[in-house]
Design a binder for this molecule. Structure first.
Ligand SMILES: [Zn+2]
Length: 157
């Protein structure tokens, strides 16, 4: 049997945790995050793949665009506004959410960046109204560890 070596394979491992935070408003607007079965807003979107900031198309987005789906969205005006409909730019990042994320990053002893910028990840499966997911990288190097001395650039751990 051939000997297996992680170094030879070049495996990269990342950890992405999704958790709804207990804040009083949504991340990019002042809407209250409440659940409701009463929908007084209805709109539709036909999402298309677009190039990333690097000038490339995401293969998963290109595949999804071949389905040419029209997606209907239903919302309640008490918990949804023009920001969620992508008819208005996002507002300032929610301060409570930022504090919670920074607290978690500090508890994990990671290296927190001095500035936080939203990035866009193309997602056109209909799970969001804009065709992209906003994400922010706030820290790297979990537990203060560098991933590997072989990596010259900083990597997420
Ligand atoms: Zn809103």
């Amino acid at each position: 049997m051939e000997k297996f070596s992680i170094k030879d394979v070049g495996v990269k491992v990342g950890l992405e945790i999704h958790q709804q935070l207990a804040t009083n408003k949504k991340l990019f607007c002042n809407c209250t995050p409440i659940e409701s079965e009463d929908y007084d807003i209805k709109f539709q979107r036909k999402l298309r793949a677009s190039k990333s900031e690097l000038g490339e198309f995401d293969p998963a987005a290109l595949f999804e665009s071949t389905k040419s789906k029209t997606i209907m969205y239903y919302a309640n005006h008490e918990s949804s506004c023009l920001v969620e409909q992508d008819e208005e730019p996002p507002h300032e990042l929610d301060d409570d959410a930022r504090k919670i994320a920074l607290t978690i990053a500090a508890a994990l002893k990671s290296n927190i960046f001095s500035e936080i910028y939203p990035m866009r990840k193309t997602v056109i499966d209909g799970s969001n109204t804009t065709g992209f997911q906003r994400t922010m990288l706030i820290s790297i190097n979990l537990f203060g560890r560098r991933c590997s001395k072989n990596f010259r650039r900083r990597r997420e751990c």
